[in-house]
Design a binder for this molecule. Structure first.
Ligand code: AMP
Ligand code: GLY
Length: 413
C-alpha cells in the first residue's frame, strides 16, 4: 500500500513512524512534513489546506491511502477532494469535520444525540455573553466558535478577562465549568463501526502544576492507570457511538479519527470537545503502544471495513511524551534556534526544519517531543525526561511534571 500523510507536526511524524513499521506499506510520502518526517518518508511540498493540490499530489504519487493529519485541511474539504479523485482517505469530510471546526455545531450534534456535555450558550452580542456568564458563574469558560489551534479557549475566574476574550471573537460558546480529570479518547471510525484506542491524558497549560495559558498540549501519557476499562466502554457507548450515528443520520457520516476530549466529573464523563483528527501530543503515546499495523487500521476505516478488523493488539507497559517548546511559546514563539540531539530514537519532530547547512532548527511553537515506553509509567517517564535532557534548544521550555501525579497513584486534575 502506498500511503501519503498530509501535515507537518509531531502527530504526522508519529503517524509516519508507525506507518513505516507496517509491512503492508510499500511507499510512504509526507507533505509538507518536517525534519523528522524527512528521515522516514519521501518529502513533498504541498499547501495542505488546498483540496485540489492535495488530490493532485495524491494522484502524482499514486497513493492508495491518504491520511490527513491536521484539522485545517479537513475543515477545508481536503478529504472530499481526495475521495472525489477515487483515492481512499483517512479523515472526515468537510461537513463532518465541522464537529471540530465549529463548537456551536458540535453542541448541536451532542444535543441531538443525547451526549453528556457542559451546558452552553452560543453568544454573538456582548449582552448575550454577560447573561451567559451570569447563568453559569465562575470559573468562566469562553470558547471561540471557530478553529483556534487549541488556543481559543479561556477558563478564568476573572470576569473582565472572560469578557475581553469574548469581545475579541465574533461568536463564542460560553459554557458551564466541568470539574474533573481530563481524558482524551481516540476512536477510529468508518462512519458506522467505532474502535477506541487506549485512553491518554494531555497537559494543556504551559506551566507546571497546570498554570499559565493554554497551549496545544505540553505532554501526554497512556494508558491511564486511574481510568477503568468500564469507563472507556461507557464513553464509547454514550458519546462516540451516538455521535457517529447522529452524523450518519444527517447524511454526513464521520470517517476518520473522532477525538473525544472529556472531563470525568462527579456525575460521570462529560464532553469538553471533539476533534476530527488525532490529537497532538497524545498520538505520540497512543501509537507507541499500538501493536496492530497502523496502515491496515486506517485503511479499514477509510474504506468502510472497520467491522471486519480483528481486535486491536497493544504492547504492555506505558508511554510518556514531553513537549519541548520554543522560547516565547505560546504567545510569541521564537524560531530559527539550532537544535542538537534531535535525531535520536523517540524524538518526534513538530516545528523543525533542516537548514541548508544541515543543522536542524526550530520552526514553530512546539518544536519536538521526547517519547519513551517502558514496563511501568514511572520508568517511561524517567526515560522520556532523560531523552529530553540530551536535547538542546536555546530558550526551550518544557513542563517537569508530565505524568508525575499518575505515577504517585493520584487521579490528576
Ligand atoms: P478545548 O479547546 O475545548 O479542548 O479547551 C481547551 C482546554 O480548556 C480543555 O482541555 C480544558 O482544559 C479547558 N476547558 C474547556 N472547556 C472546559 C469546561 N467546560 N470546563 C473546564 N475546562 C474546560
Ligand atoms: N492535544 C490536544 C489537541 O490535539 O487538540
Amino acid at each position: 500500500m502506498r500511503v501519503l500523510v498530509i501535515g507537518n507536526g509531531a502527530r504526522e511524524h508519529a503517524l509516519c513512524l508507525a506507518l513505516a513499521h507496517d509491512p503492508s506499506v510499500t511507499a510512504l510520502v509526507c507533505a509538507p512534513g518536517n525534519a523528522g518526517t524527512a528521515a522516514v518518508a519521501e518529502q513533498r511540498g504541498v499547501q495542505a489546506t488546498d483540496p485540489a493540490a492535495v488530490a493532485e499530489l495524491a494522484r502524482a504519487v499514486d497513493a492508495d491511502l491518504v491520511v490527513v493529519g491536521p484539522e485545517a485541511p479537513l475543515v477545508a474539504g481536503v478529504a472530499d477532494a481526495v475521495r472525489a479523485a477515487g483515492i481512499a482517505c483517512f479523515g472526515p469530510s468537510q461537513a463532518a469535520a465541522r464537529l471540530e471546526g465549529s463548537k456551536a455545531f458540535a453542541k448541536d450534534v451532542m444535543g441531538a444525540a443525547g451526549v453528556p456535555t457542559a451546558r452552553a450558550r452560543v453568544c454573538v452580542t456582548p449582552d448575550q455573553v454577560v447573561e451567559a456568564l451570569d447563568e453559569f458563574g465562575a470559573p468562566y469558560v469562553v470558547k471561540d466558535d471557530g478553529l483556534a489551534a487549541g488556543k481559543g479557549v479561556v477558563v478564568t475566574d476573572d470576569r473582565d478577562a472572560a469578557l475581553a476574550h469574548a469581545a475579541a471573537c465574533s461568536s463564542v460558546v460560553v459554557e458551564e465549568y466541568l470539574d474533573g480529570p481530563e481524558v482524551s479518547l481516540f476512536c477510529v471510525t468508518d462512519g458506522h463501526a467505532v474502535v477506541p484506542l487506549v485512553p491518554a491524558q494531555d497537559f494543556k497549560r504551559i506551566g507546571d502544576g497546570d498554570t499559565g495559558p493554554n497551549t496545544g498540549g505540553m505532554g501526554a501519557y497512556a494508558p491511564l492507570p486511574w481510568l477503568s476499562a468500564d469507563l472507556v466502554d461507557e464513553i464509547v457507548r454514550d458519546v462516540a457511538r451516538p455521535t457517529v450515528d447522529e452524523l450518519a443520520r444527517r447524511g454526513t457520516p464521520f470517517a476518520g479519527l473522532l477525538y473525544v476530549g472529556l472531563a470525568i466529573t462527579r456525575d460521570g464523563p462529560r464532553v469538553i470537545e471533539f476533534n476530527a483528527r488525532f490529537g497532538d501530543p497524545e498520538t505520540q503515546v497512543v501509537l507507541a503502544l499500538l501493536a496492530t499495523p497502523l496502515a491496515g487500521l486506517l485503511d479499514a476505516a477509510a474504506t468502510g471495513h472497520l467491522a471486519d478488523l480483528p481486535p486491536l493488539r497493544w504492547h504492555d507497559g506505558s508511554a510518556v511524551t514531553v513537549v519541548l517548546a520554543s522560547a516565547g511559546y505560546p504567545d510569541t514563539p521564537r524560531t530559527g534556534d539550532v537544535l542538537t540531539g534531535a535525531e535520536q530514537d523517540g524524538v518526534v519532530h513538530a516545528g523543525t526544519r533542516r537548514r541548508d547547512d544541515g543543522a536542524i532548527v526550530s520552526a514553530g511553537g512546539r518544536v519536538l517531543s521526547a517519547t519513551a515506553t517502558a514496563p511501568t509509567l514511572a520508568e517511561a517517564r524517567q526515560k522520556a525526561y532523560a531523552l529530553l535532557a540530551s536535547i538542546d534548544l536555546p530558550g526551550g521550555q518544557y513542563r517537569s511534571d508530565i505524568a508525575l501525579r499518575a505515577t504517585q497513584g493520584a487521579v490528576p486534575g
